[in-house]
Design a protein around this ligand. Structure first.
Ligand SMILES: [Zn+2]
Length: 706
């Protein structure tokens, strides 16, 4: 996942003025700003955040100061009496808001990975302020008209692209609306931003509260001693001495469901996960979702579009919801058929063991593991000793990057971090010159959002003389004291995936931040990260990192063969649950009449049924009440993007395989066409130039073996 915190929401004028007043009348805060590590540019290498100096109480003064400076800059552009030029309008806009951008970048990284009640309160308070601030800029007709009045014939390359980018952004925000409609739009945006914050805080609470408390160790049969110990500690921390607490991960399916032998415990854990945010309490997200969906529809219609998805997709690769839904349904037919075959295989194992029950979602992973073992003789537990976290990172992810791109890494221990578990590296280009700083935050915490993501602390820009400072965040389970961190192959894959985003960020070669690196359409941004996942299974790479943590023996060829085969296993399930989530998202956002909305649970069921994806054994990867990408993140009408990107990925991977594999030559080519261009060129053309043809669905179907 690629996070995008930089969608500027922001300011009700009255509110801001009040804040400014209370700030400027306070001498102490004025003094603080001189030393505020967010207001001042960091003096660390590449402006790396000064986490040793940043305190929670620095954010509000930095936001106030940043908003004030940004307002002044925007006013100067608006009131400029000279005729509009690229420099005095578009460039001036592009480089405005530096202090605010810096403070927000650090802030949203922390609220994502290491939050606390103070930060959460600030987040809640500032969501509507930032949303109004953004509206004030992008609904500003003077600036919009100045951009439209530019002499386009004098512009080319990145400058022309930047002008296009801002024009679209103003149009999508509603800059061409009447004053009356703009006021309505601002009101909607303000509400939406509050709802999104509300959703996130409810979900965090829901996830924590829905952790499953288990009374006896017998009910945990199948878990390792380490897992049991962890559950016991977690229960103790929560005040349940002598019991066991199983925390929830983000997705519907829970990793422990693959090993728990007790069917009743599995059922309880699954249900805890599925119903986590629909308990009619203050962590229930459904009302928030219903309001959000309705407001989004109203927003799109205010802008003359039929529905929210139509508005949202206009600057994406897919362009229209119809094209996105077509791809989903075409793949859906193939994946559901495959999932049904897989379900039949699993049922036959249950029957052979005289189980006497029908396969349910909480059984799927447990028995799929057995089918896998029977079919491929592969046991996840047999693999894990070969996937020690540091080896995967340095001998796998870094090794593959060096092979394909010639880049190298040096561990840094001198940079301040926001949590003692965060590690840092400096990245060097093939000629030895320094490229970027790279942070990794591996372990799960209650204060961290679920999932994994990449983000920039500092964005690349030649114009601003900035090099990238990038972070990858994961939710791996921290080993107990003295034990190595052994991870599953899925988690290995995630590390390669996030590093694919990192490559996109660190090879960025743009003048302007808005077009730099991963600032590309949603349905394109996952493409480089998915390409990098293939590196995890390249035989030479795999042999280099998959070293047994105790015996130091390289993973045996027989195990590699099994792993390769097993990677094709369960694809029907995997693709179907992903498509189900994508369809749920798209259906919520293609509603055109208020009367077509239903209660959350009913709506979801109908949306799946209508698209042939209501398969009882294969629940959606995310169920509407905890679909954070869509209600609390930036993926609304955009979850299909993973599938769209994946299709780009398989087309590209086919080309790479047919042309010599993941070698240095193809790495250079991929860097040139895709990884280094950010959003500075026509991306459809960049893609077709690389593979030599348009995107084909068959590449997806063939690669997953349907
Ligand atoms: Zn991603």
């Amino acid at each position: 996942m690629k996070n995008s915190f930089t969608t500027y929401p922001a300011i009700c004028l009255v509110l801001v003025n009040t804040l400014l007043f209370s700030c400027t009348s306070n001498t102490k805060e004025k003094v603080d700003n001189i030393e505020n590590p967010l207001v001042q540019k960091s003096t660390l290498q590449y402006q790396a955040p000064q986490f040793d100096k940043i305190k929670d109480e620095d954010f509000v003064p930095a936001f106030i100061e940043g908003l004030k400076i940004h307002d002044t800059e925007i006013e100067a552009i608006t009131n400029n009496t000279e005729s509009p030029t690229f420099e005095n309008t578009v460039l001036a806009l592009e480089i405005s808001g530096e202090v605010l951008g810096r403070a927000k970048n650090v802030f949203y990284n922390l609220t994502g990975s290491s939050t606390n009640p103070t930060l959460q309160a600030i987040e809640k308070e500032y969501a509507p302020i930032f949303s109004a601030h953004s509206d004030k800029i992008y609904l500003n007709s003077e600036i919009y008209n100045r951009i439209k009045a530019l002499d386009f014939s004098t512009l080319e390359g990145e400058k022309l692209k930047l002008v296009d980018y801002y024009l679209k952004r103003f149009e999508m925000a509603g800059a061409s609306l009447s004053i009356e409609d703009k006021a309505k739009m601002m009101e909607i945006n303000k509400k939406l931003s509050m709802l999104s914050t509300e959703f996130n805080s409810r979900l965090l609470k829901a996830r924590k509260e829905a952790a499953l408390l288990v009374d006896t160790v017998d009910a945990l049969d199948g878990l390792s001693a380490d897992e049991i110990e962890r559950a016991k500690l977690k229960a103790e921390e929560a005040g349940h001495e002598g019991k066991y607490l199983l925390g929830l991960s983000n997705t519907t399916q829970q990793p422990l469901l693959a090993v728990l032998k007790n069917r009743e415990t599995r059922k309880k854990l699954f249900e805890a996960s599925f119903t986590r945010a629909e308990k009619n309490n203050d962590a229930d997200t459904r009302k928030v979702i219903e309001e959000t969906a309705l407001l989004r529809m109203q927003k799109a219609q205010l802008m003359g579009k039929k529905n929210y998805a139509e508005w949202k997709l206009q600057n994406q690769m897919a362009k229209t919801p119809e094209r996105a839904l077509n791809l989903l349904s075409e793949l859906g037919k193939a994946s559901v058929a495959q999932a049904k075959k897989e379900a039949a295989n699993i049922q036959s194992i249950i029957d052979a063991q005289n189980g006497g029950f029908k396969l349910e979602p909480w059984d799927w992973n447990f028995y799929a593991e057995q089918v896998k073992k029977e079919k491929y003789d592969l046991d996840q537990k047999e693999l894990e000793p070969y996937f020690e976290l540091n080896s995967v990172l340095e001998n796998g992810v870094f090794y593959a990057a060096e092979r394909m791109y010639g880049i190298t890494f040096k561990k840094r221990t001198d940079l301040p971090v926001y949590n003692p578990d965060v590690v840092t590296y400096e990245v060097f280009d093939k000629d030895g010159s320094s490229l970027a700083l790279y942070y990794l935050d591996f372990y799960t915490r209650d204060t961290k959002k679920g999932g994994a993501w990449m983000n920039n602390f500092v964005n690349q820009s030649h114009y601003l003389k900035q090099k990238p400072v990038i972070v990858n965040v994961f939710n791996y389970i921290k080993p107990t004291e003295g034990n190595p961190s052994l991870i599953s192959f899925d988690n290995v894959n995630t590390m390669f995936h996030e590093f694919g985003h990192t490559l996109h960020g660190l090879f960025a070669n743009q003048q302007y931040v808005s077009l730099s690196g991963t600032s590309v359409p949603r349905d394109y941004v996952e493409f480089p990260s998915q390409i990098n996942e293939h590196a995890a299974l390249e035989p030479d790479v795999l042999k280099n990192y998959a070293i047994h943590y105790e015996t130091k023996e390289t993973i045996p060829q027989a195990l590699i063969d099994k792993l390769m085969k097993a990677e094709m296993f369960n694809k029907g399930y995997d693709v179907t649950e992903l498509l189900a989530a994508s369809v749920i998202d798209m259906m919520w956002h293609t509603v055109e009449n208020e009367s077509d909305f239903k209660s959350v649970l009913e709506f979801e069921k109908e949306a799946l049924a209508k698209n042939g994806l209501l398969v009882s054994e294969v629940p959606s990867r995310y169920h509407t009440p905890y679909f954070a990408h869509v209600w609390g993140g930036g993926y609304s009408a955009g979850y299909y993007a993973y599938t769209w990107s994946k299709t780009l990925d398989y087309n590209t991977y086919d080309w790479i395989k047919q042309n010599g594999g993941m070698n240095r030559e193809n790495g250079e080519r991929f860097r040139k066409y895709i990884l280094s261009v950010g959003n500075s060129v026509d991306l459809n053309k960049a893609f077709t130039d690389f593979v030599g043809h348009d995107m084909e669905v068959d590449a997806y179907i063939n690669n997953v073996g349907f």
